[in-house]
Design a protein around this ligand. Structure first.
Ligand code: FEO
Ligand code: CA
Ligand code: CA
Ligand code: CA
Length: 590
């Protein structure tokens, strides 16, 4: 049986100050340690290549090692169905790559071999982790260990499966996609599967002639890009040659971490956007609702509600729940009420006259369908978390939006109340009757992030306690403590409006108390992301992403330690998972 917790009423740790130190700092009485660093073997039996500190591992080796830039993550106790707190699987995303760090010579001598290594550094890891003698480590070898890359075959489910817009020369039926990429945040289902969310996939595709279609423009595909360079050697990512390949990305993918030979499934019913995360709740009558943000300026918040009900113990049936249901987009009214508008073909203008031939097309063009319905344009929706002690109560980070109120851009509305929103905010809503199947809700602004020392009123915020900005990662733990992780862009860290605020950080709050307390500060140039607690709430896993990222975003291969050498101290920086425990063995945050 699962441990049960009362809702925490106070935070028990002493907050840590702002930091510009190149390390992870946690409160007195806690220990944080990095493991499963980029390049560490994932633990596949018979294939455990060691990391080479000069970044000379091959593409094949990279496919059996931790990818770059860890992001969302979930813990699954072993054995399946148990509440073990000392042994389990961590499934995690490797969101993107920095080719300046990935290769000794960066993008010099760019060729297909380099593209393959770059691709193999993205995707998902499933690692077996175990706590022995009070220390967590990766179990190697492990029969569960797995890397999923942009080459792993995946099945497409739902109304867009087999749609003409999903067909390519390599997949004329439009039902098998190779791989997943740009996986940002995540979700976790009650039946023990991992949901990984494809976010900035459009950054990888190019249309070199700049003959951009309306669909490409709406999702931000451009004629060139200089960060990934895959399209130069791999024509799958050139949309002039493969115009439908981008339509096969931007989905939520379900992975069974317990079966390393299982085929991941892309669930088109959850819409095609720049998916940040996928927070699932079981509704009072047993359907599932999944809440999702589309992280770009002026994009929308979505909800999927399943047609069928969750059946305790029937994993096979539950694994099909995300294939059928209804997708909705959120409208936040000025008076604090809100509505979920259905993205259903044939209704509310989602018709052939408006460019939607069928439900599959509505889903491939989810953003355009949201436009037709008049959904509310938000300040970059990132993570969404459901309050475990209050049914139908959801919180969403709106990380920032410096373009709100700029000429030609939308101005403020009640749900996005600040122009030039540099610090972001957190919004919360309560579904009618606390029921995720309902189509109306009440909302309010939970907190306006900010810096009270800022000369500009719109940057001051209303935080009581430790201040922060650009909230991104957001999750309740089992005790109802809400954890917030920041992603201030490296170009602004400790500068401009963020002067004096140091590196990125993680803070805790308990709704109703109004108090925010800083729990962790991150190494130089990194963001803090990924939140996974063990069922006893005594171990917290987080990820440090892009340590050492320079102000301009691209690492210099000739000087990879210019900003950070975390976590090894003697070599190029490496994204890593950090395991945090309390020295007295107590619950985290107590
Ligand atoms: Fe990958 Fe929206 O953060
Ligand atoms: Ca994020
Ligand atoms: Ca972010
Ligand atoms: Ca990120």
């Amino acid at each position: 049986t699962a441990p049960t917790f009362e809702r925490a009423t106070s935070l028990g740790f002493t907050s840590v100050p702002f930091s510009t130190e190149d390390k992870v700092i946690v409160p007195k009485g806690y220990t944080a340690r990095a493991f499963y660093k980029w390049g560490d073997p994932v633990g596949i039996v018979g294939n455990m290549p060691k990391f080479k500190f000069d970044a000379s591992n091959s593409a094949e080796e990279q496919a059996a090692q931790a990818g770059m830039h860890h992001d969302g993550m979930a813990f699954f106790p072993l054995p399946y169905g148990s509440n073990t707190a000392t042994h389990g699987l961590l499934a995690m995303n490797h969101e993107y790559v920095d080719n300046g760090l990935l290769f000794k010579d960066g993008i010099e001598n760019w060729d297909l071999t380099k593209v393959r290594k770059s691709q193999n550094a993205m995707g998902i890891s499933v690692v077996e982790v175990k706590r022995e003698n009070n220390e967590w480590s990766v179990v190697m070898p492990s029969s569960f260990a797995r890397r999923i890359t942009p080459h792993t075959p995946m099945l497409v489910t739902g109304p867009a499966a087999g749609n003409d817009l999903m067909k390519t020369a390599a997949d004329p039926k439009g039902i098998v996609v190779l791989g997943t990429m740009q996986n940002c945040a995540n979700g976790k289902t009650p039946w023990g599967t991992y949901l990984t969310c494809e976010e900035n996939w459009s950054d990888i595709f190019v249309n070199p002639s700049n003959n951009l279609t309306a669909l490409e423009k709406r999702y931000g595909i451009k004629s060139k890009e200089k960060s990934y360079l895959w399209s130069k050697e791999d024509e799958r990512f050139n949309t002039e040659i493969n115009p439908n390949e981008p339509n096969r990305f931007g989905w939520v993918v379900e992975i069974d971490p317990f079966n390393p030979t299982s085929t991941p499934r892309k669930h088109t019913m959850l819409g095609r956007i720049k998916h940040e995360g996928a927070e699932m709740v079981i509704t009072p009558n047993g359907q599932v609702a999944v809440y999702m943000g589309d992280d770009q300026r002026f994009e929308y918040i979505y909800k999927f509600v399943s047609k069928n009900r969750y059946k305790e113990g029937d994993r096979v049936a539950n694994m099909r729940l995300l294939e059928e249901g209804t997708l909705y987009v959120a409208k936040f009214n000025e008076d604090g009420s809100g509505e979920w508008l259905p993205l259903v073909f044939g209704q509310n203008g989602l018709t052939p006259e408006n460019g939607f031939a069928d439900q599959g097309e509505v889903l491939v063009k989810t953003r355009m369908a949201g436009d037709v319905l008049g959904a509310t344009k938000m300040d970059r929706p990132e993570w969404i978390s459901a309050d475990p002690f209050e049914s139908g109560s959801l919180y969403c980070t709106l990380t920032n939006n410096s373009e709100r109120g700029k000429e030609g851009k939308p101005g403020t509305d009640a749900a996005n109340p600040r122009n030039n929103n540099r610090f972001g905010h957190i919004i919360r809503w309560k579904e009618k009757n606390g029921d995720g199947t309902e189509l109306s809700f009440k909302w309010n602004i939970f907190v306006l992030a900010g810096n009270p020392d800022s000369p500009k009123e719109e940057h001051r915020g209303n935080i009581m306690g430790d201040i922060f900005g650009s909230p991104d990662g957001l999750a309740f733990d089992y005790r109802g403590v809400l954890w917030i992780q920041t992603d201030v862009s490296s170009s602004r860290l400790n500068e401009k409006e963020y002067a004096g605020m140091g590196n990125n950080q993680m803070v805790a709050t308990i709704p109703g108390t109004g108090e925010y307390r800083r729990f962790l500060t991150a190494p130089n140039g990194s963001e803090v992301t990924g939140i996974a607690f063990t069922p006893d709430n005594k171990t917290l896993f987080i990820n440090i992403q892009h340590p050492g990222e320079p102000k301009d975003g691209d690492s210099d291969p000739l000087n990879p330690t210019a900003v950070s050498s975390w976590p090894d101290g003697h070599s190029r920086p490496r994204a890593a998972t950090v395991v945090i425990t309390k020295d007295d063995g107590g619950v985290i945050g107590s």
